[in-house]
Design a protein around this ligand. Structure first.
Ligand code: ADP
Ligand code: MG
Length: 478
């Protein structure tokens, strides 16, 4: 009696299906076509060499067991592999190869997608495209607009930016590995990390770059545990040339994920692959991270992004407007840059709200509109008053220029305005006397202290002066 090879294979599939996750089953076993059974050797056709290697690496035990169950102890398996197109003719050809002969052929590169995102993680784009042998196709998840071109340089980001640029020029080959970028929120970590990735892709199109948020990494890891394919997960990450992990602080307290990341980190680092890590804190200040992982964060360069100064904030707004082809009056830009100081995302958010308001209500963008928006926008985010802002309010009030207040001039009214700016900075900001001094005409802390005393004395003794101070105080607090 002729044994039906299709039936045999179907029986094997039933067993396999019960033993692996259905996604993996669909991915790796769905495309297989049984082709013949001769001399107790079952031949199955697989779509590519990569496919064959994947099966051999991950499912060989299961395959062997099921084959022996169906065909008896002598039963064997053979693959018929559809190879890449050859140079001479365009037809795909197949080669046959017995099982467990994985190193017999070396050739093409094919990539197969497998989906490890399930359930909750559906909305997260899936970077999980399993690589082929040489070339791997990975969705980098890079955002085009987060380029170096769009990243405005300033004192606040100079070190991180230039280190990032150096890394992009020779990934894995500088001593900045990992490159650890840290700052408070909204100061450009994600943007800079993408910029490096984009630049690497530009310089080295064949390098595999992957941007992944740490949250996404954690979800993928949990899924891989649930689906019992941690190995796939680790292998995937170990094949990346430039790995960008954003917001690593989310890994705090997650021991298992830290463990797996530790291994991926070591593997990549040993192979001189580049790691770029961002965090909301410097490595030494991080909590809930295993010491061995923490120590690795310190291996390369840790560079922080600071709050941008006024000029940089203005430049960022201008760049944004220029890119969008929008023009708005300079005083509005300045007003925004003065008012929002600690978070670039909020700065951009305020700009967008103003643009939206103006187009919705067909209002011209004026400083008044900006003020209204800022009031709404910033009040509920508890605006921090900045020294720059205080100076601007004081200057506007006395109708003098900013240059004047910060100059060396000893004209009485200027000195008084400067002293008021110092006094209010002490009152309304958390800045130290020294910092206030530096911002107010490069004076030392003693000068600031003296200014505060003088203003306090005048408030006590001079009625008119007290009125000034009260009015100014209102304006500063808006
Ligand atoms: P973080 O990751 O530190 O929270 P983001 O990278 O998301 O901050 O930056 C917030 C916003 O500010 C983004 O829209 C980003 O494009 C913008 N931004 C930050 N730094 C700069 C910069 N130096 N030049 C231009 N835009 C910037
Ligand atoms: Mg970010």
């Amino acid at each position: 009696m002729r044994i039906n090879y299709v039936e045999i294979w179907e029986n094997c599939l039933k067993v396999i299906k019960d033993n692996i996750h259905h996604q993996s089953y669909e991915t790796w076993f769905g495309p297989i076509v049984p082709v013949r059974l001769e001399n107790n050797v079952l031949t199955i056709q697989v779509p590519s060499q990569f496919f064959y290697e994947w099966l051999e690496e991950h499912y060989i035990t299961l395959l062997k067991k099921t084959i022996k169950k169906e065909l008896g102890p002598d039963g064997r398996l053979e693959y018929s592999i559809i190879m890449d197109k050859s140079f001479e003719d365009d037809n795909p050809y197949t080669i046959n190869i017995p099982t467990s002969n994985i190193k017999a052929i070396k050739n093409p590169s094919v990539s197969m997608p497998i989906d490890l995102n399930r359930g909750k993680s559906k909305d997260i784009p899936n970077p999980f495209i399993i690589p082929g042998l040489k070339k791997i196709k990975v969705q980098s998840q890079l955002v085009e607009s987060y380029s170096f071109d769009n990243f405005v340089e300033g004192d606040c980001n100079r070190l991180a930016r230039s280190a990032g640029y150096a890394v992009a020029e020779s990934p894995g080959k500088t001593s900045f590995n990992p490159l650890f970028i840290y700052s408070n929120v909204g100061l450009g970590k994600t943007h800079l990390a993408h910029a490096i990735g984009i630049q690497v892709k530009y310089n080295f199109p064949n390098k595999t770059v992957l941007y992944v948020s740490t949250e996404q990494f954690i979800v993928q890891y949990i899924d891989s545990v649930r689906n019992n394919n941690q190995n796939d997960f680790v292998h995937f990450y170990q094949m990346i040339d430039v790995l960008i992990m954003d917001d690593i602080q989310f890994i705090s307290g997650k021991e298992k994920t830290q463990d797996i990341f530790f291994h991926i980190f070591n593997h990549l680092h040993q192979k001189s692959k580049q790691l770029i890590i961002t965090s909301d804190k410097a490595p030494i200040e991080m909590k809930g991270i295993e010491p061995r992982l923490l120590s690795r964060f310190k291996w390369g360069l840790a560079a922080d992004l600071l709050v941008p100064d006024l000029e940089t904030r203005i430049a960022i707004l201008q760049k944004r407007l220029y890119n969008d082809g929008i023009e708005i009056p300079n005083d509005v830009i300045e007003y925004l840059a003065y008012s929002i100081t600690t978070n670039i995302r909020e700065l951009e958010g305020a700009l967008i709200s103003i643009l939206a308001q103006s187009s919705l209500n067909k209002k011209v963008i004026t400083i008044d509109l900006a003020k209204q928006m800022i009031d709404k926008f910033v009040k509920n985010t508890l605006r921090e008053i900045s020294i720059d802002f205080i100076q601007k309010v004081v200057c506007d009030y006395f109708n003098i220029s900013l240059e004047n207040i910060n100059s060396k001039t000893r004209k009485r009214e200027i000195v008084q305005a400067r002293q008021l700016a110092m006094y209010f900075s002490k009152k309304h900001t958390k800045s130290s006397l020294a910092t206030i001094g530096i911002h107010c005409g490069n004076k030392d802390h003693a000068t600031v202290l003296h200014a505060c005393k003088t203003v306090n004395n005048l408030i006590e003794t001079d009625k008119q002066f007290r009125v000034y101070v009260e009015e100014l105080d209102k304006k500063i607090k808006i």
